[in-house]
Write a protein that binds this ligand. Sequence first.
Ligand code: SF4
Length: 234
Amino acid sequence: MHDLMNYHKFDLQLNKDDIACSVWNNLSKTANPSSNDLPERVLDEAHQLARVKAVCKTMKIIKTTDRQVFLEGGQALTSSLLVCLAGPAQSLFLAICTLGDLIDKRVDEYNRRGLAAHAYFLDVAGTCLIESAGRKLVKQVKNKFNSAGYKTTIPLGPGHSYWKNFIDQQIIYDLLNPKDLGVKILSSGMMLPKKTLSLVMGIGHELPPSKENHCHYCGIGHKCPLSRALRPAK
Ligand code: SF4
């Protein structure tokens, strides 16, 4: 199983439909009528600038406690939600996915030129694209493991309210070593380029049921513009 999804510099192709998310759709409606093709143009630009790449690794779980999952090599990830959902798994799948730095650079350039709306839309388009890239990667990974007879948990990641130990970002970074992708990590745990994410999934035969996605476990919930948690029926 451990060689199933180990790869470096995985190229992921995104198409226009991949960005279809409520954030972008709502934001597009707020565009100034005199420049209402701006979101469309900026979205095209984001697609042209995005260079989606990922590094992935599957690692054996050697032990779990009520707060931590220990991996082969001795590193531990500290998240009670991870323990709850992936504790019974045999392995963890780890990935870092990035769009590269061209979007960040263009956003900076727009800000320098005083084109604040362009900068804002491009930044949001980049955020929607990296989220879409993560979802697409997860779909491919799930299909691959499912066809080999394994189940997968929903993807989780440090830095959300349900996984506060941001030091774990450094552990995931060190395990995956995404330097060849141009991804750096700051002492705060933040990764650069900005449009970069990490994700962790449990892989095993018997896994507990879970909600549809991690937003359901997040304390920010519906206040987050990117939330994918369903709104309660009124
Ligand atoms: S609600 Fe927002 S912050 Fe919370 S997990 Fe979802 S996207 Fe992340």
